[in-house]
Ligand binder design. Structure first.
Ligand code: ASP
Length: 431
């Protein structure tokens, strides 16, 4: 049965500094009487900064603990700006950071991905402590909930797979009770823990997914993601001049858009909501009164062309060393390697003597290892600096526009979607 619980998610941009946090508090003030669970990301670019700590720890060029101290201090400064010196808050932050500092004091046998999760999760832990303390000072009582006690995953560091059964059990037992009390429940996006109680992250930008997990397990009435855009747009406003807001989207359309790389919502977010028909809203924290975008069931809309641009693409052209055709057993072997290196294929095409795939450079080290291993068996030509453009509900004119000054390396049309891997036309200047 649907309960009158709402779930909100605020991303990094919405809590990037003291002023932004004040704005979040002013939005929340209007929901004082509601039963509300609020999922919050790390402040601004904190996750990237924490990634540098991990990098420094393994590369030993800079002092990892010094970089971490800087990040901790930045949070303390913002706290001071928001509610003055506060010994209790500082103690809470130290309690979170001390075990991580100890981890950074000695060599670690558990490897990069393990250390990554223990360090990088601090971003969400810091931001939620800070915001929960600020809200309480503003007479908006809130309960800080450690998401690691609730969201249970397997042992896949940096990309934990949710154990839905134990997560559901934890939510039913602990979170429902907290929501009965007055005040907001404030928790972290992006993090959970394994059965062995190690912190596990859910993959970059994973806070939307956290909000969907809570919404599903709480049988929430709705879920809202607060962003710096008015809603879901027909393209990225940082890339395109004329973009429009889409007022209503079906779950299916939203899944398709995020699958093709629309950054506005994390791709894993929609499915759990769809399974329980929980409506979702994408709203603007700059204009909270604005309507935003509604995502739900039975939306029968006519969609305009939607363009998704994915940068940092690489095309691998894989061919056999003896010039024979690329056969099924080769493909099966190639995909085993893609699975091993957790590399998602964005687009692929099998031709007579080569098999081409387009992937995103997310983790350069991992991709380099994948290419090295592929090269042990195949010839691999690598083409860098590419863009993958996907157009949903395409029109000829939009395709033409996108192709201007570009060379198309791969193209595929399936029903309402066209995908093109493209490269800039080299500038040929006359002598
Ligand atoms: N803070 C994490 C990241 O930047 C998770 C999130 O914001 O969704 O990837």
């Amino acid at each position: 049965m649907r309960k009158n619980i709402k779930v909100f998610k605020f991303g990094g941009a919405s809590v990037k500094d003291a002023e932004a946090i004040r704005n979040v508090a002013s939005i929340l003030k209007d929901y004082k009487k509601e039963r509300l669970l609020v999922v919050i990301s790390a402040m601004g670019k904190t996750t990237n900064a924490l990634e540098k700590v991990v990098h420094a720890f393994f590369n030993k060029k800079e002092n990892a603990k010094d970089i971490l101290k800087e990040i901790q201090n930045k949070h303390l400064e913002i706290a001071k700006e928001l509610f003055g010196e506060n010994a209790d808050f500082e103690k809470e932050i130290s309690k979170l950071v001390d075990p991580v500092n100890r981890l950074l004091e000695k060599q670690n046998k558990k490897g990069y991905d393990f250390v990554y999760d223990q360090v990088v999760s601090l971003g969400e832990l810091f931001s939620t402590k800070l915001i929960a303390t600020f809200l309480s000072k503003k007479k908006l009582p809130s309960h800080w909930l450690d998401a690691r006690r609730i969201i249970k995953t397997d042992n896949t560091y940096r990309e934990g797979n949710v154990n839905w059964e134990s997560t559901q059990r934890n939510i039913s037992r602990n979170v429902n009770k907290l929501l009965e009390k007055s005040g907001f429940v404030i928790t972290q996006g992006f993090i959970g823990s394994s059965e062995e109680k190690a912190t596990i992250t859910l993959g970059r930008e994973g806070s939307d997914f956290t909000a969907a997990i809570f919404s599903y397990c709480l049988d929430a009435e709705s879920m809202s993601i607060w962003k710096d855009v008015p809603g879901i747009l027909t393209g990225d406003p940082r890339i395109f001049k004329k973009v429009e807001k889409i007022d209503r989207l079906s779950y299916k359309e939203a899944i398709e858009m995020t699958y093709y790389g629309a950054k506005v919502i994390h791709p894993k977010t929609i499915k759990p909501l769809q399974n329980k028909s929980i409506p979702m809203y994408v709203k603007s924290f700059v204009d909270p009164a604005g309507e935003g975008t509604f995502i739900g069931a039975n939306v029968d809309a006519f969609y305009p062309p939607v363009v998704v641009v994915e940068k940092d693409q690489v095309m691998l052209q894989i061919s056999t060393k003896d010039f024979s055709f690329v056969a099924e057993h080769h493909l099966s072997f190639i995909f085993t390697l893609f699975t091993k290196y957790r590399t998602k294929v964005n687009m692929m095409q099998n031709m007579a003597i080569s098999f081409s795939v387009c992937v995103t450079i997310k983790d350069l080290e991992r991709l380099t290892k994948l290419i090295q291993e592929l090269k042990e068996t195949f010839n691999v030509a690598v083409e860098k600096d590419l863009e993958l453009i996907t157009i949903r509900h395409y029109h000829k004119s939009v395709i033409e526009q996108m192709k201007k000054h570009k060379i198309v390396m791969l193209e595929e049309r399936i029903r309402q979607t066209i995908q093109m891997v493209m490269k800039d036309v080299p500038v040929m200047e006359r002598k």
